[in-house]
Design a protein around this ligand. Structure first.
Ligand SMILES: Cc1cc2nc3c(=O)[nH]c(=O)nc-3n(C[C@H](O)[C@H](O)[C@H](O)COP(=O)(O)OP(=O)(O)OC[C@H]3O[C@@H](n4cnc5c(N)ncnc54)[C@H](O)[C@@H]3O)c2cc1C
Length: 452
């Protein structure tokens, strides 16, 4: 059902991910899909993108929709991410956006990102989704004095050219309100968004889509796709779906049925997460760490962390080219070492949860979405650079509007995410080599940017 890029251990939709969220969240039961369905739009992928598209198509455009998901609802990255509702979904800083997109494109992209953060809260309010929102915005933490200088430039550019509300927190200020410690040199506070429970969000989107009439078909890996004059027929293990239009909402979990135009566009990347045992108030006090606002740092190979409402620390980072469970154990140790470097007093603290999943990047360094060139009935979205919690629901909504034949909103028209990223190298071996070189270059750049 998948087009595997990593070890088979990454592609077992019959297994529940061993995540903190799955262990602690009361989830609704979605019955396994079955039967034959004829709908306006068939969607492959039951994550934020597919479910947001389904919700908006059914609720706002009166379309009939079926969502096919190989695992349980939210089995992919949407149910197991870190729950940061933040931006931006790009590897670029604002200067890089300007170079690639020009002033209108850069501002348009950031305006869409800003709207996406708001959309999560709006959908939660409209559809009664208990996302367990916590914290206030997010902190981008400077890992060096030079990174602090760069953050100030980013702040100034955002203030001048984008609607993103943010403020600078010099080291001493951030030490008093975010956290103290050897690895912070000040922070940029993005004032919107925050932390949430990602599994609660994806299950809530699914319930809302279902309530508005979408058919959910979990545990239905799509193994065959027939294109014919009337549209599309998808075959899964227990169901068949006929549709006029098709949306591929599969992000880093590339399906075997990917059409040629979408091949070699999206590079899956592994992101790894550990969650500690609950830390005591005294342990948090050691770093004056009293915030539930999610944080990530300015390294090229960035770390991200957040204090969870039950007093645990969630800590994550990208990496690994294998994907096997055995190499996962090595990544777990790498994360523990990184955590100990950032928070030496917590070196050796017990880790209660470790899991990982696939996100997606591409050569354009921006998400891609739209209709396939040459076949306007096939739609796609992928490549959120680790900021899919906000971006994917937004792209799902934009796609729903487009599939319903509506004109784009002004923000959608200006968002600079349309179309396809340039092709990657033709084989997965070459793509992995490119990823290995990028990881190595980033690691060296990060090492040389550390303060002496
Ligand atoms: C560990 C981790 C941490 C992250 N942390 C954050 C974060 O804190 N904040 C943030 O903004 N982003 C984060 N991300 C990224 C974010 O989770 C993703 O960008 C987002 O969830 C992608 O949503 P999606 O709906 O496009 O894809 P996914 O949620 O990945 O869903 C794709 C689905 O397609 C299904 N599929 C594929 N092929 C088939 C087939 N043949 N048949 C049926 N189904 C199929 C898969 O089973 C999968 O469930 C993180 C990602 C990971 C992996």
């Amino acid at each position: 059902m998948y087009q595997p890029f990593y070890h088979a251990d990454q592609y077992r939709p019959e297994h529940t991910p061993p995540s903190y969220w799955h262990a602690t969240t009361a989830r609704p039961t979605f019955a396994a899909g079955s039967g034959e369905h004829t709908v306006d739009v068939a969607i492959i992928g039951g994550g934020y993108c597919g479910l947001s598209a389904a919700l908006h198509l059914a609720r706002d455009h009166g379309a009939s929709v079926a969502v096919l998901e190989a695992g349980d609802i939210g089995w992919g990255a949407s149910g197991r991410n870190a729950g940061f509702n933040t931006l931006p979904a790009t590897k670029h800083d604002y200067a890089g956006l300007l170079r690639q997109l020009g002033p209108a494109g850069a501002a348009g992209f950031m305006a869409a990102q800003n709207e996406a953060m708001q959309l999560v809260a709006t959908l939660a309010a409209e559809e009664g989704i208990a996302t367990q929102a916590c914290g206030s915005g997010s902190y981008v933490v400077a890992h060096s004095p030079a990174a602090w200088d760069a953050l100030q430039a980013e702040h100034d550019a955002w203030q001048q050219h984008t609607p993103v509300a943010c403020r600078l927190l010099p080291r001493q200020v951030f030490a008093g309100m975010g956290h103290d410690g050897p690895a912070q040199h000040g922070a940029l506070h993005i004032l919107q968004g925050g932390g949430l429970n990602p599994l609660a969000l994806v299950c809530g989107l699914a319930q809302a889509a279902q309530r508005h009439g979408a058919v959910l078909l979990p545990q239905q890996p799509v193994s065959r796709w027939q294109r014919h004059a009337a549209g599309h027929t998808l075959h899964a293990s227990g169901s068949v779906v006929h549709a006029r239009q098709l949306l591929l909402a599969t992000n880093g979990y590339l399906p075997a049925v990917l059409p040629p135009a979408l091949r070699q566009r999206t590079l899956p990347v592994i992101s790894n997460i550990i969650v500690t045992r609950p830390l005591s108030p005294a342990e948090w006090d050691a770093y004056r760490y009293h915030s539930e606002t999610p944080m990530f740092d300015t390294r090229h190979l960035l770390s991200y962390w957040r204090r969870l409402p039950d007093g645990r620390l969630l800590f994550g980072a990208r990496g690994d080219l294998s994907g096997s469970d055995a190499s996962g154990q090595r990544q777990r140790a790498v994360l523990q070492a990184q955590l100990a470097a950032r928070f030496p007093a917590w070196a050796g603290v017990e880790i209660d949860y470790f899991w990982r999943g696939l996100m997606a990047v591409n050569r354009r360094l921006l998400p891609q979405y739209g209709a396939l060139p040459g076949d306007g009935s096939v739609w796609h979205a992928a490549g959120c650079f680790g900021s899919g919690v906000s971006t994917m629901p937004w792209l799902g909504r934009a796609l729903a509007r487009a599939m319903a034949g509506q004109p784009p909103t002004a923000t959608e028209a200006a968002c600079a995410m349309h179309g396809l990223a340039p092709r990657l190298p033709p084989t997965s071996a070459l793509q992995k080599l490119g990823l290995r070189l990028a990881y190595t270059a980033y690691a060296w750049r990060d090492r040389f940017s550390e303060p002496a």
